[in-house]
Design a protein around this ligand. Sequence first.
Ligand SMILES: [Zn+2]
Length: 412
Amino acid sequence: MKKNIIFCKKCLYPSTHPLGITFDEKGICSGCQIHEEKNNLDWNFRLNKLKKLLKNYKSKKGNYDCVVPVTGAGDSHFIVHVAKNILKLNPLLVCHNKYFNTEVGIKNIANLRVKFDCDTLIQNINLDVIKKITRHTLMEFGNIYWPIIAGNSAFPVQIAAKYKIPLILWGAHQGIEQVGMFSHLHEVEMTRRYREDHDLFGKDEFSLLNVDNDIKDEDILQFIYPNKRTINSIGIRGLYLGNFIRWDSISQHKLMIKKYGYSATNLNRTFDTYNYIDCFNYSNLHDFLKLCKHGYSKVLDDACREIRYKRITRAQGLHLVRKYELNKLRNLNQFCDWVGISEQSLNFVIDRFKNKNFWHQSDIDKWSFNGISKKLMKSEKKIKNFSIKNFQSNFSRKNSTKKEYIYFGKGI
Ligand SMILES: [Zn+2]
């Protein structure tokens, strides 16, 4: 059923946001409303509150104080910096190997280990299993990132259980940052439920077994989230630093470049040079599948964030979205070879996931895009030229000879 889509008057998010979004009487979305807390809360008080809370988690038995999940991008450098230098904890870094690693991602993981002098555990799951599951999630849910997200969210909890470390530190909570799902004051913590419902799109690891495919019990072993009894017996909690520190991913990345030499680079489908740069496919096929299903891609998330921090206007944000969202995909051959399907089959799958609310099919292979940005253009004024200045790139892929996924590098 076609519903009328409404748009936030401040940012660019539509009422169809997959995480769920609400609007007040002025037409401002819940994400923008909760964002205002960043300007109103007493963040010194909140950081002190966290410091007090963590006193109970300093290990007295020579164990690690906390687990910190890391990647070669995202907020990993900043989280480790906060854990070690501000909270004075001894963290164990854990990293689920996504295998689509880029050179810059590997460089950043190596940098983390060297600059912060921490122990790191890497989870390398059998490649044949990963390919099998990726093929399945692509065909069934139009998603190539399920194994990566499932691994990223299960491995830290498995390690916390195995090493009996009761604390996991995460960065920002995506539901708070994008759609204001909770107030920062609710101090929500990591839950199995959120992982299943939102991170994994309602499909937990066991649901992979219930369909007609060749995925076996032993194939999902490394994706299993520890059971309640294990979590409760150790008292494992996963805290989000974004509830205690005024989170601003872009300012934080700039600080990490200055302080620790974090590497940033340009991406194909967004202006953000700091996040998701560790992956060949995130800012390509994965992002395009999002555009197919939801009518918008990562660049719209990035633009909404920048609008809320008042670093760009709404019209400039829309200009950036239109500039990037239909950029041609790169590395498709490589992905098809890797996963073992033809490019023709991949295109067939992609078309199958095009949401008719956002795509118009005029012939068997002719589609036109009628997504969120097109609908927004009807009401927002157009601007001709705008280039964003706030994003540095200190690593150039042109210098890189490696065009293949780097399974294992000097950081791993
Ligand atoms: Zn908004």
